[in-house]
Design a binder for this molecule. Structure first.
Ligand SMILES: Nc1nc2c(c(=O)[nH]1)N[C@H]1C(S)=C(S)[C@@H](COP(=O)(O)OP(=O)(O)OC[C@H]3O[C@@H](n4cnc5c(=O)[nH]c(N)nc54)[C@H](O)[C@@H]3O)O[C@H]1N2
Ligand SMILES: Nc1nc2c(c(=O)[nH]1)N[C@H]1C(S)=C(S)[C@@H](COP(=O)(O)OP(=O)(O)OC[C@H]3O[C@@H](n4cnc5c(=O)[nH]c(N)nc54)[C@H](O)[C@@H]3O)O[C@H]1N2
Ligand code: SF4
Ligand SMILES: [Mo]
Length: 687
């Protein structure tokens, strides 16, 4: 019997990346605890983090490559699987061209080097068709921030904030460490404003809670802007020197008086807006506004998000201490090869419909892909390699997703489990979990970087992301792009231009602090003769010529959501989907009893007045129908005020009541291409 040892690394049961102490005995993980020395989580873990052990050793984990035959899946060797997959990919490439092949990265491996590896791989093979969960995850708000102030990922600087606005996000369920930072700031006196159609866990702690109708956030943002402007509570110095389009914007927001905002948002704007504006003014520029998924999954998503980010400009909180901070990058090298091989001439799927998504994120559009597979237009799309995703449960219009993926000539899925999506694959490859890989992670808000430890060696047929892309690229004649022997060599290369080394990272398993915070860098940029902001004009853009040139609105114009503009007699309820539950992660963890036992059944959250009208009580089953389809699901009647009248909520990821069977893959935000998932018009009947 060997001694129990502790290996410090990061949790990746969610994207929060908490510092963890992994207890290992006789080559097995026996326990996962929080790392108390880690500045991010200070030893805290959520329920998913400690259950990492259960996932790693789950009974249904796949250990061998699976090949689909007439008699179902059979186990084959890794060598055979890779040889056969590459032979088929090669043939498809010869027959239909490289662009008939694509790669798709899901949420489970992260947004840094694993994402870039997938991008590199597909471009190395000569195709530009890179897809990911990002077509419906957080990218809309990042594009929104980029359009307004040229910054991909602004980080609310909560520790120094005096007023925090959580807009369409529920950190206690979705972002545990952000919640701790918010709590700490509140202990120092910061005010909290929460804007959400549900009285969420975060809303319960708010000084001001605004129960908006889904999709009406742009109207509220403009109403707040109008109030700030009317009082002169705006940062004139910032606006005059560092922004464009202010006058047009000021004229536009005048329409958003209390009456209009009250009608659109379903709130008492005359009471709430003066309160909100006064709090923002008292705290400015130390106002940290965080936008979540709640604003993204709408047909008017980007413009509503732009409307919110314009408030940062009015308040001068852009890149300010306690405001929305632009963190300093670590200098890590990029793996993408867009400069070397742009491949734009190939017509990446969806680029014609959603040029902004491609321009800002080089992302093809997953929902357009389903149509392309099924129709063969604009060109035949035949083979897809997918890693760390489960779109059968996570993309809208499940029946179409299944039909499309099942009709591919070659579909390869890398996962830990035989998911609903993997079941459609021709080959399923067992993937290394986060404890079986080593990769870099940047905590941008803290300006720290860490190298994760390969706590366990993967089993012989289980590959990490790099090894898979390396081995297949070499078989397909693209080995020159994957010269590194393994992940460790790759990690060395990634930090070669940095002011620190891999040794520094190994010596600092709780994170290496690579830079001090620098606020309001636009001033230093201007003084040095550089563009203050990374936008086309170099300024913060209340009005955006780039969007105008593409035929979109120059100003962040508000368009009422369909549920306001054209209420439907047939589908009278507004369905919000995807509100996070602590124990689940999209389609994940439903197979882990330790987590699933905490919430075994799906539910539709409903206001008591609606429940009474429908003659249903908690536990009764209802049929929920949209223009796309129907599902049946038990009711959970909320307390009065916990959710608006006429609004219902269903969390995605449940195969027995998969809400994405009824979400739309035909209604999108025209700028980002994000699907309508948060104001779906539905009817509800008792079963
Ligand atoms: N436990 C757990 N944590 C997760 C995830 C998970 O699946 N499980 N997923 C992770 C991922 S990939 C992401 S992108 C993040 C998302 O993180 P968040 O954006 O924080 O997601 P939610 O917790 O669903 O919070 C969204 C909130 O928006 C509200 N909302 C819905 N529609 C509207 C609207 O029209 N206007 C406004 N103002 N609010 C609205 C919902 O009621 C909900 O409370 O969470 C991450 N964290
Ligand atoms: N209706 C509705 N639908 C939504 C949303 C919503 O709010 N409403 N939210 C959307 C959002 S924000 C997102 S991000 C997407 C997420 O969409 P997906 O990325 O498709 O979601 P997951 O279910 O998390 O799929 C991750 C898969 O990776 C596997 N996995 C776990 N660890 C590893 C690993 O280390 N390596 C590999 N290779 N695989 C691993 C898991 O078993 C799981 O099957 O869902 C979207 N879908
Ligand atoms: S919040 Fe939970 S799941 Fe996410 S990294 Fe931390 S411990 Fe892991
Ligand atoms: Mo996401």
């Amino acid at each position: 019997m060997s001694e129990e040892k502790i290996v410090k690394t990061l949790c990746r049961m969610c994207d929060d990346h908490c510092g963890i102490d992994v207890h290992v005995k006789d080559g097995k993980v026996v326990k996962i605890e929080g790392n108390r020395e880690h500045e991010w989580n200070h030893g805290r873990l959520c329920i998913k983090g400690s259950h990492g052990v259960e996932m790693i050793y789950a009974k249904d984990r796949i250990h061998k490559p699976l090949k689909k035959t007439e008699n179902g899946f059979v186990e084959i060797s890794l060598e055979q699987a890779l040889d056969e997959i590459c032979e088929k990919l090669g043939k498809i490439r010869d027959e239909y061209g490289a662009r008939s092949i694509g790669v798709w990265k899901g949420e489970a491996t992260g947004f840094a080097q694993e994402e870039e590896l997938a991008r590199r791989w597909i471009h190395a093979l000569g195709s530009s068709n890179y897809f990911s969960n990002d077509s419906e995850c957080s990218i809309a708000r990042l594009i929104g921030a980029s359009l307004v102030y040229g910054r991909w990922s602004a980080q609310p600087n909560y520790p120094n904030s005096r007023c925090i606005v959580i807009w369409g996000s529920n950190p206690p369920h979705a972002h545990p460490n952000m919640t701790q930072q918010i709590n700490a700031a509140r202990e120092k006196g910061a005010k909290l404003i929460v804007i959400d159609p549900r009285y969420s866990a975060m809303a319960r702690q708010a000084d001001i809670y605004v129960q908006v109708k889904p999709g009406s956030d742009g109207a509220l943002a403009h109403g707040i802007a109008r109030e700030l402007i009317a009082h002169g509570w705006i940062d004139r110095e910032f606006i005059d020197n560092y922004s464009v389009g202010y006058d047009k914007y000021e004229a536009y927001v005048q329409k958003f008086d209390y009456a209009y905002v009250s009608g659109e948002c379903g709130i008492d704007a005359a009471a709430l807006i003066p309160q909100i504006a006064a709090e923002l003014h008292k705290a400015a520029p130390r106002v940290a506004i965080y936008v979540g998924n709640g604003l993204e999954h709408h047909e008017n998503g980007i413009n509503n998000i732009r409307a919110v980010f314009c408030l940062d400009g009015l308040l001068g909180s852009v890149d300010a201490e306690g405001g929305n901070y632009f963190s300093v990058p670590s200098g890590q090298r990029s793996l993408t090869i867009y400069n070397e091989r742009p491949l734009l001439e190939q017509g990446p799927i969806g680029v014609d419909k959603y040029p902004v998504l491609y321009d800002y994120h080089k992302e093809c559009h997953t929902m357009t892909l389903m149509d392309a597979i099924l129709s063969g237009k604009p060109y035949p799309f035949k083979a897809l390699v997918m890693t760390a995703a489960n779109p059968v449960l996570t993309n809208p219009n499940t029946p179409k997703v299944k039909k499309a993926l099942a009709s591919l000539d070659l579909f390869v899925v890398r996962d830990l489990f035989l998911t609903e999506t993997a079941q459609l694959a021709d080959y399923v490859l067992p993937a290394a979990s986060y404890l079986e890989r080593s990769e870099l992670h940047t905590f941008s808000g803290l300006q720290k970087i860490a190298l994760t430890s390969r706590v366990l060696q993967p089993e012989p047929d289980v590959q990490d992301e790099y090894q898979f892309f390396h081995d297949t690229a070499h078989r397909l004649g693209a080995g020159e792009w994957f010269p590194w022997k393994d992940e460790d060599e790759l990690n060395e290369w990634l930090v070669e231009d940095c002011a620190f080394t891999i040794e520094d990272l190994k010596n600092n398993p709780s994170g290496y602090h690579y830079a001090e915070h620098q606020f309001q860098k636009y001033k230093a940029n201007a003084a040095a003769g550089k563009k203050p902001f990374n936008t086309p004009t170099g300024k913060m853009e209340f009005a955006c010529q780039y969007l105008k040139d593409l035929g979109y609105q120059e100003l962040p114009e508000y368009f009422p959501p369909r549920s306001n503009a054209s209420p439907s007699a047939e589908y009278p309820f507004t369905l919000v989907t995807g509100a996070r539950k602590v124990m689940y992660y999209h389609g994940r963890n439903h197979n882990l009893p330790g987590l699933a036992s905490a919430m075994p059944d799906p539910e539709i959250e409903m206001n008591p007045q609606d429940a009474e009208r429908l003659h249903v009580a908690s536990g009764d089953v209802v049929r929920v129908t949209s223009a796309i389809g129907s599902i049946e699901i038990p009711v959970a009647v909320m307390q009065e005020g916990e959710i608006g009248v006429g609004v219902v909520q269903i969390t995605h990821g449940w195969k027995q009541a998969d809400v994405n069977r009824i979400t739309h893959d035909d209604r999108f935000d025209p700028i980002s291409g994000f699907p309508l998932m948060k104001a779906v018009q539905v009817k509800i009947e008792k079963v």
